[in-house]
Design a protein around this ligand. Sequence first.
Ligand code: NAD
Length: 434
Amino acid sequence: MKIAMIGTGYVGLVSGVCFSDFGHEVVCVDKDATKIAKLRDGKVPIFEPGLEALMARNVAAGRLSFTLDLAEAMRGADAVFIAVGTPTRRGDGHADLTYVMAAAEEIAHALDHYAVVVTKSTVPIGTNRKVAETIRAANPAADFDVASNPEFLREGAAIDDFMRPDRVVVGVETERAKKIMADVYRPLFLRDFPVVYTGLESAEMIKYAANAFLATKITFINEIAALCERVGADIKAVSKGMGLDGRIGNKFLHAGPGYGGSCFPKDTKALARMGQDHASPIQIVESVIKVNDEIKRRMIEKIEDLCEGSCRDRTIAVLGVTFKPNTDDMRDAPALTIVPALVGAGAKVRVVDPEGRREGEQLLPGVRWMEDAYSAAEGASVLVILTEWNEFRALDLQRLARTMADPRMADLRNVYAPADARAAGFTHYVGVGR
Ligand code: NAD
């Protein structure tokens, strides 16, 4: 199989590398010349564990290459994947389809043989049909089918998720396209990972419904956590007791500072807009969006309470700013709400993150970047754990408390037991939901 992959971001690059590891011949295309130059140099422009080594192996095997030239990538390709961004459109919450439609136009002009045009980007229901119309309008003679193949990988565990997915969803309308998609995913098929074939609209909807459901689950547990704080229950025990029920499951039941990242915020908003546009509002998701914003703001109040009402001139050490561990992605991270609020309130904010600095330096003005948790905490009066990177999970709490001016901890991921923090010398400890 020969595959062209348009977009070498978190999804396109991981998918391209993994497809080449299946044995397919993959050419990845991007408009960003710096990215392509880096990739040709063997360097991965994002942080994703294991990706660089897997990429090198497949480049060396001659199955994987990178180009700026779409026509070159599409030469002889059986499937052309669109994996470009679909951010929130400014102003109205809809998904911005500019990049997807631009890619469709470009594909139309380069299409000189039959190929399946596969949308991997998360796109509103009806987009695959629009992609087909766009290609047909730009190149009436084009011989192609479209397929919807939403991606479910998680940043930080992307390779494993791609190679061992819970399911692959493929929306197709012709046997010819179905056969090519089956060949693309045959290596997974052989290992018994389920492939769900549907129509185009259902495939598009599965992605939004799945993401909105997960965002709802997180937000639900975060609201229960807030009530736990009022009534003396411990959310960790509550989550455990709930999650052992097979109908509920234990995943996505960890209370924290609110969801963020490149998918949940934009996908919930886009789904809510679609519901409104079709006079079928998804009221649960509308509430989730609102509640999640409140949860992030509640985290700021927790820190202000630890500062006895005012953060002015307090030194606050923030551990972790990426939206979750094992990624450098800062898109819609809770840190982007919480840290500027602290800076705005007059705090001296120090920040540590193993991979977030490159992005974070532009996004978080007015903070001081530190090398590690210990140097950040020295002389500080509040330690905030915002992202539970491994290196923040087994800190020497005594050492931290000893060097802090006024050892207080806001553990927004419930990493430490309150009793352990107090025993180590923290005079105040607040978590989430306990
Ligand atoms: P990204 O912003 O990291 O990458 C997009 C890439 O596409 C960029 O490198 C950009 O330069 C390139 N691009 C844009 N237009 C192009 C064009 N016409 N030709 C060539 N390259 C072009 O985005 P991402 O995080 O990989 O997300 C891509 C899509 O996948 C989105 O729809 C997203 O919702 C979805 N998705 C993302 C994740 C995730 O964890 N990031 C998971 C599942 C699904």
